[in-house]
Design a protein around this ligand. Structure first.
Ligand code: SF4
Length: 389
């Protein structure tokens, strides 16, 4: 793993007011009364991992993800950030992102969290079309997004991102274009586009089974992705990652850590982390998490008392991870010389000519010593990645 000593911190907030029809994230709608004890447990986990690190490790990004982090009061978020500041050395330019749902925030709330040092908001917009938002069982409508964006700007945030979903049952190329253009009127410096996957156990999967909705059409989803790439490029947004576009300088620094396969800590119920040669996962259930965090950690760094599973990353996994994550970065790509230095073998040798074959097929290209997905490779990225697993 490329490692410059700096850490990224992911902090999971597992509470939502209502469960969206497609959601299989680690979130709970009936545990809001645990927020205070969860905040305390998260602060203990930050302290434990900070101590295991053996000194104040520099931290350059923090990401409150969920769930709905904007359901936490500014006082709770402040308590968590104070704990981070006590046990890690935040860089001067630290990026602190909070995921938020329109309809859960107002001007006073956003001003309060901005004052805590949170400097980036990621909004789950998903669609501008009322019927699609109803199907997704989102709690907001698009006018709520417009109002929230006005509050975001008034609170002093100049860095924010909007999420949209394509591949939604009933969505057309036209309705997708309408959502995209509506989102662009808000002039986002960053935008993330996700293709809906209907996961087992979700209400949407049940609706698929009983015929209430039709299965998404993968060809339409591919057309929607291609259309989005054109429209966003026309608006000056650079596609720096398979699902992410930004104005220069507004790339999500936290997510870049994942895609560069650098070290990050995952703290809070169900969070995943990767550091010190380990990959690990924290227990999912918030009540169990809170109970576990009453115990002492035995380590090693970064394994807190709430870690449910971990393993040491071996050479084969490290090679695959490096390729699969770095190829997601469409502009930056993968540094072939750095790969060879780290693993003592060229990428092409390590995978028996797979790279050359994919270059011949026009799915990968080499330029300036870097390996990148081609335009065609972007559409078939999962098949490219599969060959390096
Ligand atoms: S807001 Fe996000 S985390 Fe919460 S239920 Fe909806 S999709 Fe899941």
């Amino acid at each position: 793993m490329m490692n410059d000593g700096r850490l990224a911190l992911y902090l999971h907030i597992p509470f939502c007011r209502h469960r969206c029809s497609y959601c299989d994230f680690n979130t709970y709608t009936s545990l809001g009364d645990l927020k205070v004890s969860y905040t305390d447990a998260l602060c203990r986990e930050i302290e434990q991992v900070g101590r295991l690190a053996g000194g104040e490790r520099p931290c350059h990004t923090i990401f409150f993800g969920g769930g709905t982090p904007s359901l936490m009061s500014p006082a709770m978020l402040g308590q968590i950030l104070q704990s981070v500041r006590r046990h890690f050395a935040l860089t001067d330019d630290v990026e602190i992102t909070m995921e938020a749902n329109p309809g859960t925030v107002d001007g006073a709330y956003l001003t309060a969290v901005r004052q805590l040092g949170i400097n980036r908001i990621s909004f789950g917009v998903q669609s501008a079309i009322a019927s699609e938002l109803v199907l997704l069982e989102r709690e907001h409508d698009f006018p709520a997004v417009i109002a929230a964006m006005a509050d975001v700007r008034a609170a002093g945030f100049n860095n924010f991102s909007l999420d949209l979903i394509y591949g939604v049952p009933g969505q057309t190329l036209e309705s997708w274009e309408e959502s995209l253009r509506a989102a662009l009127t808000l002039e986002p410096p960053h935008i993330s586009l996700y293709c809906l996957t209907i996961e087992p156990g979700t209400p949407m999967n049940r609706w698929l089974g009983n015929g209430r909705i039709q299965p998404p059409d993968p060809d339409l989803a591919a057309d929607q992705y291609e259309l989005a790439s054109q429209i966003l490029a026309d608006h000056g947004l650079i596609q720096y990652e398979i699902s992410n576009w930004a104005r220069p300088g507004h790339e999500c620094r936290h997510n870049l850590v994942y895609w560069r396969n650098q070290e990050y800590l995952g703290l809070g119920a169900g969070a995943h982390g990767s550091a010190n040669g380990y990959r690990y996962e924290v227990v999912k259930q918030p009540r169990v998490y809170i109970r576990r965090m009453a115990n002492e950690a035995v380590g090693p760094f970064p394994l807190s008392a709430a870690v449910a599973a971990h393993h040491a990353v071996d050479r084969a996994e490290a090679m695959s991870d490096t390729i699969i994550t770095q190829l997601r970065l469409l502009q930056e790509g993968l540094d072939l010389a750095a790969f060879q230095t780290r693993f003592g073998q060229s990428l092409d040798d390590a995978f028996d000519g797979t790279m050359s074959q994919l270059v011949d097929w026009g799915l990968l290209a080499v330029g300036n010593g870097r390996l990148r997905l081609t335009q065609q490779g972007r559409f078939l990225s999962n098949q490219v990645f599969y060959r390096f697993m």
